[in-house]
Write a new protein. Structure first.
Length: 254
């Protein structure tokens, strides 16, 4: 039985800051919270469970979203305390905060922007898996072409990489679903799913907010033009295609 692991990074919308725009935290939370409601509606309608990597800042400022994740049976994992910077205590602090607010254990972690993180520090903080690896080359970010492209153990910690195509290691993460024609993205996902027997990807809540209405935030047009209703349609199409493959949708920690 083929498995699909959808995951979402629930974080404050700080993307404009990468393009020199200072956006208030209140607006960052608002954008992500409204987008979260839209994508959660789709998952609920389609009876799909997923894993959500949540920052401490987002959890603190959008407790209604966190409660909805609990009520609807999704897995909650850590995405550090904040998305823009990291302190040495954030691994343990974010785990503790999420567990206190949800009453559930937190097993997984994803580093913001999929940047490197110490597996030993994660293990010492009590995590069981690390989903911070995109095993491909993203110019200006990282080069992981020599890393394993399927789950593996390292230093007593399960590593769960995002899916890439088996031949050229083309990434199948959120950005690919924006820039590629969707028929091509779905075709690549289907081929990878059939080859590996599973599919793992990640997205963000702010992708489901109409960013095209806010050019002042200077989000690149190749991202914002497909946000909002277009991305809602693309998520539905992805789920429909996957259901046609007779997959089981699962959380990373079942």
């Amino acid at each position: 039985m083929k498995k699909v692991f959808l995951s979402f990074d629930f974080e404050e919308f700080d993307l404009p800051q990468e393009h020199g725009v200072d956006i208030p935290l209140e607006d960052q939370i608002m954008v992500s919270a409204k987008g979260a409601e839209r994508l959660l509606d789709i998952l609920k309608e389609e009876s799909v469970h997923a894993t959500f990597f949540v920052t401490g800042v987002f959890a603190t400022h959008a407790p209604q979203i966190l409660q909805r994740l609990v009520d609807e049976g999704h897995e909650i994992a850590s995405h550090s305390m904040r998305h823009s910077e990291m302190q040495p205590t954030d691994l343990a602090d974010s785990k503790q905060l999420l567990e206190q607010q949800t009453g559930q254990p937190v097993f997984g972690y994803r580093q913001p922007r999929m940047m490197p993180i110490s597996d030993q520090q994660l293990y010492d903080a009590g995590y069981q898996y690390n989903a911070s690896l995109n095993p491909t080359w993203i110019p200006g970010r990282y080069n992981h072409l020599r890393k394993p492209r399927t789950p593996f153990m390292k230093d007593d910690l399960l590593q769960i990489p995002a899916s890439v195509t088996p031949w050229l290691r083309f990434p199948l993460f959120w950005l690919s679903n924006h820039v590629l024609p969707q028929w091509l993205y779905l075709w690549l996902v289907r081929r990878t799913l059939r080859y590996d027997g599973f599919f793992i990807t990640y997205m963000h809540p702010w992708e489901y907010y109409p960013l095209n209405e806010h050019p002042e935030w200077k989000v690149p047009c190749y991202i914002r033009r497909s946000c909002g209703l277009t991305m809602e349609k693309r998520l539905r199409n992805l789920i429909l295609m996957l259901k046609q493959e007779n997959v089981v949708f699962s959380t990373m920690n079942p």
